[in-house]
Ligand binder design. Structure first.
Ligand code: IP8
Length: 264
């Protein structure tokens, strides 16, 4: 049976997070190769991607996640425009890579259709369910309008993952592709001896480390929270190493792969 897969391309996977606007085009291409393979087999794929160095660095510099600040409002408004345009640029790299492989795409920048932040943001996610399986809809973490004095805020791709996976009834798989680990690890992945957790149940404690120097959204903690919410509704929720995208096919055909399965 054909699957409907919502997949998040982590910002730390598709960009070098430490250096402004540095895409990892080889990784983008290898993931798009895999996605085009899944689509050619009749599966539907919805892509959400993160921001990496196209969003977090400037958002951090100008405190965009905390909304408007009177003392720097003009610089912030300028930064909002730049980040929105940079995110569209990053997204166009993903859609171009898919189009180069014969896949039609349609992109929905959240600043055009969503407002407010967190997983109860306002926006109709049913738009992602209105295409045939040979068309791949794409969206991404973005700076969105926020009601009240804040004016703007950061809507994370992880919140988009939650809403899309939960609200679209036919979603069979929800996969977070990570840049630096095989899945959820029992310790921060760069620490010696850190081990893959193959099955993670919401509430189980893991030692995490969040790089708030670079990240304005919640890192692995936010992903884990959203994934456990999704797992209440979707059977197959996984964290997989995005450097090995062929694990997506493996998951779809064998029902398992190297990674972490999230259960509720
Ligand atoms: O990387 C953040 O999205 P995320 C969006 O999916 C911006 O958390 C613009 C920093």
């Amino acid at each position: 049976m054909a699957a409907k897969v919502v997949v998040k391309l982590g910002g730390g996977l598709i960009t070098d997070k430490s250096s402004l606007k540095s895409p990892r085009t080889d990784i983008i291409d290898s993931i798009c190769n895999e996605i085009s393979h899944l689509v050619s087999l009749g599966n539907s794929v919805i892509i959400v991607h993160g921001a990496g160095s196209y969003g977090h660095l400037l958002a951090k510099k100008w405190s965009l996640s905390h909304g408007l600040r009177k003392d720097i409002s003009e610089q912030q408004r300028e930064a909002v425009k730049i980040v929105r345009s940079d995110m569209r640029e990053l997204s166009s790299l993903v859609s171009k890579s898919l189009r180069d492989r014969g896949i039609e795409t349609v992109t929905f920048p959240p600043s055009d259709w969503a407002k407010n932040t967190g997983d109860s943001f306002e926006g109709d996610v049913s738009i992602f369910d209105s295409f045939p399986s040979n068309v791949v809809p794409i969206t991404f973490g973005d700076v969105v309008h926020v009601d009240g004095g804040a004016e703007f805020g950061i809507l994370s791709g992880d919140d988009l993952m939650a809403r899309i996976s939960i609200e679209i009834p036919s979603v069979t798989h929800c996969v977070f592709l990570l840049g630096d680990a095989e899945g959820m690890m029992d310790k921060p992945p760069h620490l010696e001896g850190s081990k893959l957790i193959e099955l993670w149940k919401s509430g189980e404690i893991v030692e995490t480390e969040h790089n708030s120097e670079q990240d304005v959204t919640g890192g692995i903690e936010l992903k884990a929270e959203r994934a456990s919410l999704i797992s209440k509704k979707v059977e197959e929720v996984w964290f997989i190493n995005g450097n090995c995208p062929e694990r997506l096919s493996e998951l779809l055909t064998d029902g398992t792969t190297i990674g972490t399965k999230i259960v509720s």
